[in-house]
Design a protein around this ligand. Structure first.
Ligand SMILES: [Mn+2]
Length: 178
């Protein structure tokens, strides 16, 4: 929305600079919740940034409760779900996936230890990473059903993400029979 307004109003050589600033602003707004939870003087996680190509990543996160963070690139951020048991590679096995705040694209490269006393303290390691394709992602988010084809090292094939009725943050992640 902001980008559209920008391109209508600003033309000429200064236009691209204005658009660039507006893009940063749009990303900033998108990551408001992410940043509100973290003190970037204390944690080593990225604050912003990153450029990508429909990537997905699964990070194993040794927080208070071990879980796997499943993230997919969408509109300049990583949509994120915490999956307590991790994605299953067996078709039909349902795994609870709790949607959490969007993360910056740079987070897909993040590995390390979030220091004690910080949000999500504990070790983070990349468990799998690759690219994905999905058609009608925007509509899928609206109706609560995404079909995502993963091309990772461990995860391959189509996964359904299905939102539970009346529970907007709760989804099920299920590998589809190929
Ligand atoms: Mn996590």
């Amino acid at each position: 929305m902001i980008k559209k307004v920008g391109s209508l109003i600003f033309r000429g050589s200064s236009g691209s600079l204005v658009l660039f600033v507006l893009e940063i602003y749009a990303e900033d707004m998108g990551l408001k919740e992410y940043r509100a939870k973290r003190d970037f003087k204390k944690t080593i996680e990225p604050r912003r940034g990153g450029k990508g190509k429909q990537l997905f990543v699964v990070q194993k996160h040794y927080a208070t409760h071990l879980h796997y963070d499943f993230r997919i690139e969408y509109k300049g951020v990583l949509l994120s779900w915490a999956v307590p048991k991790g994605p299953s590679r067996t078709a039909g096995v349902k795994r609870l996936a709790v949607q959490v705040e969007d993360h910056p694209l740079n987070y897909a490269d993040f590995e390390g230890v979030i220091p004690k006393g910080n949000y999500g303290a504990g070790k983070v390691e990349i468990w799998d990473r690759g690219t994905y394709t999905a058609s009608h992602l925007k509509a899928g988010l609206k109706k609560g059903h995404l079909a995502i084809e993963l091309k990772g090292k461990k995860l391959k094939g189509t996964y359904d993400l299905i939102q539970l009725k009346g529970k907007p943050k709760m989804w099920l992640l299920i590998r589809r029979k190929s």
